[in-house]
Design a protein around this ligand. Sequence first.
Ligand code: NAD
Ligand code: UDP
Ligand code: UDP
Length: 312
Amino acid sequence: MMKRILVTGGAGFIGSHLCARLLNEGNDVICLDNYFTGNKENIISLIGNPHFEMVRHDVIHPYYVEVDQIYNLACPASPVHYQYNPIKTIKTSVMGAINMLGLAKRVNAKILQASTSEIYGDPFVHPQPESYWGNVNTIGIRSCYDEGKRCAETLFMDYHRQNNVKIKIIRIFNTYGPNMHPSDGRVVSNFIVQALKSENITIYGEGTQTRSFQYIDDLIEGMIRVMNTDDSFIGPINIGNPNEFTIMQLAERVLALTGSKSKIVKLDLPSDDPQQRKPDITLARNLLGWEPKVQLDKGLGKTINYFKTKVL
Ligand code: NAD
Ligand code: UDP
Ligand code: UDP
């Protein structure tokens, strides 16, 4: 049956893929965005579809609509952009969550929160299971994002316990792919753009810190499966690729796959940069029968092809 689905942050990297997939599955999709880091080009191929609607709106303000499901993605995700106006970032996470939960409560919609591996901070437990409470600085430069997202999880749980709102919390680990903005600032897009432009590859610190990179298609599949679980399942649930790489290894893969002659340079490591990150996806495997299918070289190849059309 056709559902009416609201995607906040729908013009961003993840949101644009989600809108396309939900439309393909025969739903009516409302893409809400303030275009802070998202842009209309990401959804240009959807414009004109009578089941697709765009709304320019900021989630820190109340929004009234009648929908069956809400995916709450509105929030800048790249450290460069979420640190540009940190007060706005935390307002977006917290006030945005309150407004979207208020909306879900009023219309009895199911609501999924795009939470993040950042809630584990610089983790002492490795890999990170959902039961780990994390190691997060409350007063650092990443706190506007990390604490905003942690508070949003708290709000989701309290709206569920207090008002019976149907919630799902997913914790997304580093995801990459087409539709990332060339100046997004996250590591995968930075390295690819630098390699394609023959600019220096900027490693922050020694490049020994690790991340586990998930290709966008795997995330979208996991996200939709979580939304469609029984109402009794609320999460949180990790959605990520457990293959872990150092940032130096990532730079080497990008250089090999682009055939670039770019040089690697080392810059200062920003404060509070997590040393390691890798999801424990046992829960997702058991509950959803889901696991990532696209490994790093293949996903990087597709992403490199996308950026060739943007920067060359
Ligand atoms: P993105 O920056 O490309 O997308 C975020 C979108 O939200 C943009 O379109 C932006 O314009 C919009 N937005 C920001 N503030 C808004 C506001 N106040 N009102 C309305 N719209 C607003 O980032 P992304 O990678 O697509 O991330 C989407 C969501 O997934 C974010 O909530 C992010 O925290 C979460 N997430 C992403 C990753 C990842 O690796 N990509 C990892 C963990 C969590
Ligand atoms: N809200 C919204 N859309 C709705 C319903 C509520 O944006 O359809 C906002 C509302 O403005 C409020 C917030 O969501 O600020 C929380 O709503 P809730 O009903 O939980 O709280 P209350 O209105 O009682 O403060
Ligand atoms: N990073 C890097 N060079 C860049 C961008 C990022 O070395 O040009 C590093 C960054 O310091 C971090 C890792 O890559 O250790 C992942 O950074 P990103 O901003 O992509 O995501 P997050 O730190 O939020 O996981």
